[in-house]
Write a protein that binds this ligand. Structure first.
Ligand SMILES: [Zn+2]
Length: 530
């Protein structure tokens, strides 16, 4: 029998020859030990540069095409892989490839998985993939523990520092850098970036002292042509993240989230899920590096963010209230909330009529002497409010200029596609890392350590980048586009007032507060349309 060898030569082409040579030797020894009656020839060694492995399928790659051709020409009877799973993008592709080869009438042997097409079940590859994943998870846990330790020691664990900072080792002013290092500052410590730190100061100043909203700040930042560390346009959420990042007061916090692994729908793979970690388990280091923002200013910003979010969520707090205006309607005389009551009256002809009315809670509890507010018919008031707001909507709903003013860039779609790209990169690097681990014996210690560290750092950087994007997704729902706004308008106009619980939801979304003074209804709306 004539044997072909499909050999991997990945790892950035370093020591490529050695890798292939080693694999050939290993396969030949294996064949001998297993007593395969096979002879090998230089001509039938197919080295595959793993770099292209994620762009094309295994069957489309040039060395594989050559192998298939040679099989068709009857030159080869048996094909050896060191590990077919590592060539394929997933276990399914490994199965497909081996099937294709078997169809052509050859026997397929893959040493790493202990696979022999004459005896093994093809589902073997799925099992193998699960095991390989478990190994990569172990690696990532080791990396994250290392980062936690780094963070506790006040070092920035990510490869990219937060906007406005630079790592000491990357400072371009040599004298400054040497001065810091000679004082014992670690090269991985953060240091205010000579130009970008001022942008951070400006952002905090606008938010805390000048009363600018995040959208207004975004406009300013973009008018200055400032991009994120990853070269993206800065959005509303980036500003929020900046305003909430304790790194700007010299504090490092690491490990607020971690990954959990859940089964994919087909049960064949594990999927990463971000989960929040309890505060006591975070790694925190105070005074880790020079602050850019004074603590007082930073804390003020946190309070402002909370206040604004509270206002945004105000409507949701009253979800248990039964009636549309409970929680919104305040007594114009004493300021107390007005609550809803039902009353059933008997008409002269004996039929019963039930109606709802809002009553001041002070009056309700303490009597007319304390608050003489009159009761208000609920149906009438709700109907009046719906008409008032509907009129305003009709005036602006086709006004492009008005809609434009409300429309904001919706990053959701872009974020999702960025996350997908990062997931692929993570997978690619995890595979590289595994390959490296398997071939550890091919490298001297230093080379192995360097390559391994580089891969690990890259994976950590990618995970962090993914974390940030996942965070953005969490907040992105706050951002309203022009279409969202139009849909919201229609929803309000088409509201069926007899559906009390729906009316309650919508009213709470639209209204901050309602007061009735004499016969005048004063509506404080969340969406100002005038
Ligand atoms: Zn009252």
């Amino acid at each position: 029998m004539i044997g072909g060898i499909y050999a991997r030569s990945s790892l950035g082409k370093i020591k490529q020859g050695d890798t292939v040579k080693h694999q050939v030797q290993m396969i030949q020894e294996y064949a001998k030990r297993m007593e395969f009656n096979v002879s090998f020839d230089e001509k039938f060694i197919y080295p595959d540069d793993g770099e292209s492995g994620f762009k094309t399928t295994l069957l489309q790659r040039p060395p594989m095409k050559q192998l298939l051709e040679d099989i068709d020409s009857g030159l080869i009877d048996i094909v050896f892989f060191k590990g077919i799973s590592r060539f394929a993008r997933d276990s399914g592709e490994a199965i497909q490839t081996s099937k294709r080869l078997i169809q052509k009438g050859v026997r397929v042997i893959s040493i790493e998985e202990n696979y022999d097409s004459d005896v093994s079940d093809p589902t073997f590859f799925q099992m193998y993939a699960v095991l390989a994943e478990a190994e990569s998870r172990k690696t990532s846990i080791r990396v994250s523990l290392g980062n936690k330790q780094k963070s506790r020691n006040g070092l920035w664990a990510g490869s990219v520092p937060p906007f406005g900072y630079i790592k000491v080792k990357d400072i371009t002013d040599k004298a400054k850098k040497e001065e810091l290092i000679s004082k014992g500052v670690h090269p991985q410590t953060l240091f205010p970036h000579p130009e970008k730190a001022d942008i951070i100061k400006k952002i905090f100043d606008m938010y805390v002292n000048q009363g600018f909203g995040r959208k207004k700040i975004v406009n300013w930042v973009n008018s200055q042509g400032i991009k994120t560390q990853y070269g993206n346009k800065i959005g509303d959420i980036t500003i929020k993240r900046i305003l909430m990042n304790p790194a700007y007061i010299g504090v490092i916090v690491y490990g607020k989230t971690r990954y959990n692994y859940i089964d994919s729908d087909d049960g064949l793979r594990k999927i990463q899920k971000v989960i929040n970690v309890d505060k006591e388990d975070w790694a925190i280091c105070e005074d880790a590096h020079p602050p850019i923002i004074e603590r007082e200013v930073f804390m003020k910003a946190q309070r402002l963010i909370k206040q604004k979010e509270k206002a945004f969520n105000k409507g949701r707090r009253f979800n248990n209230a039964k009636h549309p205006l409970t929680g919104l309607l305040k007594c114009s005389l004493c300021g107390a909330p007005m609550i809803c009551q039902k009353r059933t009256n008997k008409k002269a002809d004996g039929t019963k009529v039930t109606y709802r009315y809002y009553v001041c809670s002070t009056y309700h509890q303490k009597g007319r002497d304390v608050c003489p507010q009159a009761n208000i018919n609920a149906d009438e008031l709700e109907d009046y409010i719906h008409k008032q707001i509907s009129q305003q909507i009709e005036k602006v709903k086709n006004d492009e200029y008005f809609l434009e003013g409300y429309a904001t860039y919706n990053p959701n779609e872009e974020i999702n596609s960025q996350i997908k790209v990062i997931d692929r990169e993570i997978e690619k690097n995890t595979n590289k890392s595994l390959t490296l681990l398997e071939n550890k014996d091919l490298y001297d210690d230093q080379t192995f350590r360097d390559l391994n560290l580089k891969l690990k750092e890259e994976i950590v950087r990618l995970r962090k980048q993914k974390d940030e994007l996942m965070d953005e997704l969490k907040f992105a729902e706050e951002i309203m586009t022009k279409d969202d706004l139009k849909a919201k308008f229609d929803e309000f106009l088409e509201l069926n007032l007899s559906d009390i619980s729906r009316t309650r939801e919508v009213f709470h979304e639209w209204i901050n507060e309602v007061r009735v003074e004499d016969k005048k209804v004063i509506i404080d709306q969340k969406f100002k349309m005038i």
